[in-house]
Design a protein. Structure first.
Length: 135
């Protein structure tokens, strides 16, 4: 069933998906680095791989949120989530519901989609492209 009235909002809804996914990704970094909004479940200092993951989450999440270098940042974020899923979740169980990996899979494929689709509306990438066309 076609919903033409909804289709005209595609660029804006893509931007909403990008912004929400980026903010949630940043939240994963702040959880690891600052124990905000809740502490990371792993006690003690972060192992180097978690520091690397949190760094990617912070920078890629911020870039995706504002729509700057969106495709590259989303592609890197997608790869980080794929690696994270297979390193941290998959060994516990084949099934994502059992290994608590649904969020990692969703992030992976949302970011992969954003890498292919671009930022949508309301992005710095879009402003840069418009400015290049004008000059």
């Amino acid at each position: 069933m076609e919903l033409p009235w909804l289709s005209r909002w595609q660029p804006q809804l893509l931007a909403v998906l990008r912004i929400v996914a980026g903010l949630l990704f940043v939240e994963h970094a702040t959880q690891k680095f600052f124990a905000f909004p809740v502490p990371f479940p792993m006690p003690g200092p972060l192992p180097p791989i978690e520091v690397a993951a949190a760094t990617i989450e912070l920078f890629a999440g911020a870039l995706v949120t504002i729509g700057l270098f969106t495709r590259l940042a989303a592609f890197i974020a997608s790869g980080e989530m794929a690696v994270g899923y297979f390193m941290a979740h998959f060994p516990k169980s084949f099934w994502p519901a059992a290994n608590m990996g649904e969020a990692a899979i969703l992030f992976c494929f949302i970011f992969l989609y954003l890498a292919a689709a671009g930022p949508g509306a309301w992005s710095i990438d879009g402003l840069r492209l418009r400015n290049q066309r004008i000059h």
